[in-house]
Ligand binder design. Structure first.
Ligand code: HAM
Length: 420
């Protein structure tokens, strides 16, 4: 039986890679404009790094991590997200000593064993950024603005921004107790998942997708009514700055993200062009995370966005992706004696910086012409014994069908002469 890829993973095939490359290059150029530098961390880490960061009681840690014991008996996990690894690298490499504010970004695969469906994969790809070292609201606003700038650059309009403040270690415990009290009163009517969460993580109950849960919790107290002065001030600063950037948002007091490290700002960008998995991007502030991972108390804020989901939206809305690259010239052999020369000349042209292709299947001239067409080569040069003797051949432009004779010792020059 032939092998199949693992459920929830996808091949990006040659015909599609240019779309990925385009998104990646837009992401890099936007991030570069905001002065974020790329960081590349390993795809696997100690399991404890993720359970400590994301939270033992979250779905990600409890049900979704790809965890295994390696041959030396160490517990290893394929990264389910990027933030934990970035903070680990930040602490381990003393990045705080180099700059007061470390601004980094990453693009790459993440792994979560979720039930696959449209927009939900087991190996998916994120681009994300983290700004580590500032407690100030301007960084929260910058990070949100940068995520939006990626979508704006790609011409995407169908998204909405929801923001919330999830409080801090001072105000959140008081709120949790109050919420638990209220939730216990209606516990028997709640879904099994929500009942379990009352003790473990009551704020997630408000985020439940279950309709009955949503109705029952409609009038529950929300965290933003319990924020301490510092959190409340921070949250209004973030909003004021977003407004000054011309960014529209809604405050959603029920927004609680699926990772436990957040303090203060949490946000999500959703798209109506996506189905039930409608989150394009999510992020927030995590002022306690570096300390939790054994470093000095260092505030941070960041976000990550799904590339597959972005692609789904762009494809659905008919984004004009440019074509993938085509050979500048296809050199066809008109007869067998010319084959050795066409291959050697193709190599020479490539060495001279020209994207050149030739026939590697020893096909007839007719089949080579069909191939040049299929490859959408910009030019075709047909060379046989006679052309070799004469030292010139016809260079045909595949765009306008015109031909002109060029010397065989100056093909590169002729190609760079043409405006294409
Ligand atoms: P997250 O909300 O878990 O946050 O993931 C961010 C984005 O990754 C989601 O909005 C979604 O677009 C995409 N995504 C997540 N899971 C899947 C999946 N199974 N299949 C396809 N796409 C998926 C984080 O990962 C945090 N590290 C974000 C962050 C950075 N917070 C602070 N800094």
């Amino acid at each position: 039986m032939a092998f199949r890829s693992i459920k929830g993973t996808k091949d990006v095939l040659p015909a599609d890679t240019h779309r990925w490359q385009h998104i990646e290059s837009v992401v890099r150029s936007v991030f570069q404009r905001f002065n974020y530098k790329e960081i590349r961390t390993p795809l696997f880490e100690q399991t404890a790094l993720f359970s400590r960061s994301i939270g033992e009681l979250t779905d990600i840690v409890g049900k979704e991590m790809y965890t295994f014991e390696d041959r030396s008996g160490d517990r290893i996990t394929l990264r389910p997200e990027g933030t934990a690894s970035v903070i680990r690298a930040f602490i381990q490499n003393n990045l705080a000593e180099q700059l007061p504010l470390t601004k980094v970004y990453y693009i790459g695969p993440m792994f979560r064993q979720e039930r696959p469906q449209a927009g939900r994969l087991r190996q998916f790809h994120q681009f994300g950024a983290e700004a580590i070292g500032s407690p100030c609201a301007e960084v929260d606003a910058e990070v949100i603005a940068m995520a939006i700038e990626v979508y704006r650059t790609l011409g995407l309009r169908q998204y909405s921004l929801k923001i919330n403040s999830v409080g801090c270690e001072k105000c959140r415990p008081l709120y949790k107790v109050k919420l638990q009290e209220e939730l216990r009163k209606i516990a028997p009517q709640l879904s099994a998942d929500s009942q379990r969460r009352i003790d473990e993580n009551p704020m997630r109950v408000l985020d439940s997708k279950d309709e009955q849960d949503q109705k029952l919790t409609a009038d529950m107290p929300l965290i933003n009514q319990f924020l301490c002065e510092e959190c409340s001030l921070h949250f209004s600063d973030v909003q004021r700055m977003l407004e000054s950037f011309g960014i529209t948002y809604t405050v959603n007091g029920r927004l609680v993200r699926g990772l436990d490290y957040y303090t203060k700002t949490a946000f999500e960008l959703t798209s109506t062009e996506l189905g039930s998995q409608d989150a394009l991007a999510g992020g927030g502030r995590y002022d306690l995370l570096a300390k939790e991972l054994g470093g000095k108390q260092t505030p941070g804020v960041g976000f990550a966005a799904g590339i597959e989901r972005l692609l789904m939206v762009l494809e659905k809305t008919g984004y004009p992706f440019a074509d993938s690259d085509h050979p500048q010239v296809f050199i066809a052999a008109a007869d067998d004696p010319a084959r050795a020369w066409t291959i050697a000349e193709t190599m020479r042209l490539r060495g001279a910086g020209i994207a050149a292709e030739t026939d590697l299947l020893r096909r007839s001239l007719k089949a080579q012409m069909r191939e040049a067409d299929r490859q959408r080569a910009l030019h075709v040069l047909v060379v046989g014994e006679r052309e070799l003797v004469e030292g010139k051949a016809a260079l045909k432009s595949m765009q306008d069908g015109t031909s002109r004779m060029i010397p065989l010792d100056a093909i590169a020059l002729a190609l760079t002469d043409t405006s294409t």
